[in-house]
Structures are given as structure tokens and as C-alpha cells.
Write a protein that binds this ligand. Structure first.
Ligand code: USQ
Length: 441
């Protein structure tokens, strides 16, 4: 099959592109390097040293004789180029990873909220409109999230996307309907994925676009069979407060002797999946496409659920790390149960890698090996979901000025706005500009 992989340079996209190429599919990666640019903005880099994309692709060709193509374009903006590419390549499938994927990043400031919404919704809508415009009957496989459901369903096992409901009709009878499971996003990022669902439902109904939406849990692990083959193919590993996900963060923290950063009591239960299973699930979805006219297919792409505190305890037991219970920077339930239906991918042949199987390997192969690359000051989660109440003054830019006398000496007429680009974030405020004093010399 010909497969276009949007966002194919990212954490899930890169190993997926390799898995698909290995399976004999003809792959083109589309990327605008938004993920690498976010690292520049946040002044952080992957714990693992990752090669530039050109080097990655050359290494893959050298090692396997297989060619993966690349087009640099912004799916959220370059609509015409996307249509041209679809017409030229005529893919059987488009894997859509081209979205801003970090919840804390999406909550950092108004700028980050707006960027996440603009980027994610336009990317998804452009892809759908481009498929219709091009006339190419490509199925879409989209990386959604378990977070569309929220994480507490009052003891109900969360079904794969749809819910049967009975509604009282006007004439007193009961009408049965199937609806999308009610959404309950916990961040602006998660909200964009709930909106994606509506875009898919509409284009599926109106234009019969074939879509599989993978509602994925939190990914842990780094390497896959393919990325392990050569240092130049290595996958990224994020540990920072914005892009690092919980279990990978704990592994890295343990490796450098940093207390495991549990938010609140750690009673939050979440769904998890290993990166190797992620790429297999995407391949299974591509190789088992929905029929034309079939409603959007939704798979819950997760293999196990755990409480955050239980994960911390496992990592502590394996490594001797200490656990730190921190004030939660997010607005989320302090405790929840989570039961999830995931039969469809298991029925297609997924044989899950469990935490028990793979965790120790991850500690030694990645976290310990690259611990020296970690910058400790990038570990804390500084993105706050809500503003602090007035009685608890925020740690703002002004509160960090050296001392009151120095503040008084600042003549605001002499203050100039300097563009800090994206590099500095002042406690969740837009990080674009900051006041500085004019130096008369
Ligand atoms: N948490 C900690 N300590 C940390 C980091 C996180 O206790 O150092 C807690 C959070 O408060 C939260 C839970 O761990 O309760 C999960 O946080 P996370 O950062 O690992 O995951 P999340 O923000 O939910 O997002 C990640 C991916 C996202 C994906 C989602 C799947 O970044 O792309 O969609 O997992 S899910 O969580 O199932 O919605």
C-alpha cells in the first residue's frame, strides 16, 4: 500500500513510518518540524540523541534498501500542496499524527491554547477537505486519545467510541440511538481531539471518507524493533515538564536520583500502551480498513490501566527511587477508576507488551544510558491549568525582579519591549514579549 504519514518525524510518527516501510508499504513522510521547533522554544531536547530527518532516512535506506520519501509542508496551512501531494502519490492510507500532542504545552498560555486549536483543527479539517477535493479514496488512520472520554465513567466500561442510548420520544415510546460516547476533555489539547471526532463524523456521513480513529492511552517506552537497529534511527524520549509523559518521566527521574514527581495523591488512573504496540496497532488499522460507507471506526488503543501512584511504586521498587507527592498543576480528579473496552485490536491480533515485560529494559537501555543528557531544571511541570487564587500570589515575572529598590528604579518610559521569540515562558503567560529596561549606554 502507499501510505502518507503526516507528522512522521515525531515520537509516534517516526517509528510508525519505519514499521510500515518494513512491512513493505511505500511510505512518504510529511512534516513541518513543529515538534523539533517546540524543543527550540522550550530550550530542551530529547533525552535520547535523535538524528536530523535526512540522516534518519539515509540510514534506513542504507540498512534496508528501502526508501521513505519526505515532503516538508504544514498540513494546517498548506492546503493546495496537500491536495497536489494526494493527487500525485494517490495513497491508499493517510496516517494523521500532525497535531500538537502535549496537554501541558496546550495550557501554558493563551498563545499556546490558540496555537493548539488552530493547528490541530485546521490540520484535521484540511486533510478531510483535501481527500474530498483530490478525489483520492484514501482511508484515514488518526491518532486520537483516550482523553476524549475523560477518565471516570462512573464504573462503566468505556466502549470503543459509541454508546447505545434510549431516549423518551414525544409519543411516550422509547427510541434507541447510537451516539458518540459523551466527551469530557481535560485540556485544550484533549478538547481538540474531541472536535476532531465531529469533523470525522461529518465527512464520513457526507462524503463517505473512511476513517479509523485510534483512541490511544499514554505511551511509554522509546524504541521499536526498527529504531533499535542503529543509533541514527533512535526515537525521541521526552522528559520535560511539558512534553514528558508520566511513566517515561518517572524512569528518567529514577535514573538521575530525582524524586518521582507524583501530582497530588497519584490516585489518577490512566490507560497505557507501549510504543511498540502503538506502531503495530496503526499497521493493523491500515491493513484492515473500513468499507466505504462504514461509520467511523473507533478503537481504544490501550493495553493496561494503572494509577499514577502505583506506577511510581513500581519504578521505586525497581530502582530505589524516592516518591514526591506534589501539588497538582492540573485541574483533574484526584482519584478515578477506569475500565476500558479494547477488544477490537486484540481481535485483529495485537499481543500486548506489558509494563512487567518491558519496564526494566527501558530503565537500563534508555533512562540510565542517557541520564547525563538530562537537564534537571527542565523537569518540573510549570504549566498551570488555572490561575492561582489572589491569596496565593503567583510566581510572576515582576515577583522575580531582584528587590523592591531595583523595581522602583525602573523608569517604565525607558522600558522597551523585546521579542523573546518562544524561548521564555513566564509562568504560563504568553511568552512572546517581556519588559526589559533600556540601557542608555
Ligand atoms: N502526572 C504526574 N506526574 C508527572 C506527569 C504527569 O503525576 O510528572 C500525572 C498527570 O497529572 C496526569 C497523568 O499523570 O494525571 C498523565 O499525564 P501525562 O502527561 O502522562 O499524560 P497526558 O497529559 O494525559 O497526555 C498524554 C499524551 C497525549 C495523549 C494522552 C493519552 O501527551 O498526547 O493523548 O497521554 S490519555 O492520557 O489517555 O488521554
Amino acid at each position: 500500500m502507499r501510505v502518507l504519514t503526516l507528522g512522521g518525524d515525531g515520537f509516534c510518527g517516526w517509528p510508525t513510518a519505519l514499521e510500515l516501510s518494513e512491512r513493505g508499504h511505500d511510505v512518504i513522510i510529511v512534516d513541518n518540524f513543529a515538534r523539533r521547533n517546540a524543543d527550540v522554544e522550550l530550550e530542551v531536547s530529547s533525552l535520547t540523541p535523535i538524528a536530523p530527518l535526512g540522516k534518519r532516512l539515509a540510514a534506513w535506506r542504507e540498512l534496508t534498501g528501502r526508501q521513505i520519501g519526505f515532503r516538508r509542508l504544514n498540513v494546517a496551512e498548506d492546503f493546495e500542496k496537500l491536495v497536489e501531494l494526494l493527487v500525485e502519490f494517490r495513497p491508499h492510507a493517510v496516517v494523521h499524527f500532525a497535531e500538537q500532542r502535549a496537554a501541558p504545552y496546550s495550557m501554558k498560555s493563551a498563545w499556546h491554547k490558540r496555537y493548539t486549536v488552530t493547528n490541530n483543527l485546521n490540520a484535521t479539517h484540511n486533510l478531510l477537505a483535501a481527500i474530498v477535493e483530490s478525489g483520492v479514496d484514501a482511508q484515514i488512520v488518526h491518532l486520537g486519545t483516550m482523553g476524549v472520554y475523560g477518565y471516570g465513567a462512573a464504573g462503566v466500561k468505556i466502549p470503543e467510541g459509541y454508546l447505545q442510548v434510549k431516549i423518551a420520544a414525544q409519543d411516550g415510546t422509547e427510541v434507541e440511538q447510537e451516539i458518540l460516547f459523551p466527551v469530557n476533555p481535560g485540556s485544550v489539547y484533549h478538547m481538540t481531539k474531541t472536535q476532531d471526532q465531529l469533523l470525522f463524523a461529518f465527512y464520513n456521513k457526507n462524503d463517505e471518507v473512511r476513517v479509523t480513529d485510534l483512541h490511544q492511552g499514554i505511551v511509554w517506552g522509546t524504541q521499536t524493533t526498527q529504531t533499535r537497529r542503529d543509533e541514527r534511527l533512535m526515537n525521541r524520549f521526552d522528559y520535560d515538564g511539558d512534553y514528558g509523559t508520566v511513566l517515561n518521566r518517572f524512569l528518567m527521574q529514577a535514573a538521575i536520583g530525582y524524586p518521582l514527581s507524583v501530582h497530588g495523591t497519584g490516585g489518577q488512573t490512566r490507560a497505557f500502551i507501549n510504543i511498540e504496540d502503538t506502531v503495530r496497532c496503526v499497521a493493523l488499522a491500515i491493513e484492515n480498513p473500513p468499507a466505504r460507507g462504514e461509520r467511523v471506526r473507533i478503537f481504544n488503543q490501550m493495553t493496561e490501566t494503572h494509577r499514577v501512584i502505583a506506577l511510581a511504586e513500581i519504578v521505586a521498587r525497581l530502582t530505589g527511587a524516592k516518591i514526591d507527592l506534589l501539588e497538582n498543576p492540573r485541574k483533574e480528579a484526584s482519584e478515578n477508576d477506569l475500565y476500558v473496552e479494547n477488544r477490537q485490536l486484540l481481535d485483529l491480533g495485537l499481543d500486548p507488551i506489558t509494563l512487567e515485560d518491558g519496564l526494566l529494559r527501558e530503565v537500563t537501555e534508555i533512562a540510565e544510558k542517557y541520564a547525563h543528557r538530562c537537564e534537571r531544571d527542565k523537569i518540573p511541570c510549570r504549566s498551570l491549568w488555572t490561575r492561582r487564587p489572589p491569596e496565593a500570589p503567583a510566581d510572576t515575572f515582576l515577583s522575580r525582579l531582584p528587590e523592591p529598590a531595583a523595581v522602583a528604579a525602573v523608569d517604565l518610559a525607558d522600558a522597551v519591549q523585546v521579542d523573546l521569540g518562544d524561548a521564555v515562558d513566564l509562568d504560563g503567560e504568553p511568552a512572546r514579549t517581556a519588559l526589559t529596561t533600556h540601557d542608555p549606554s
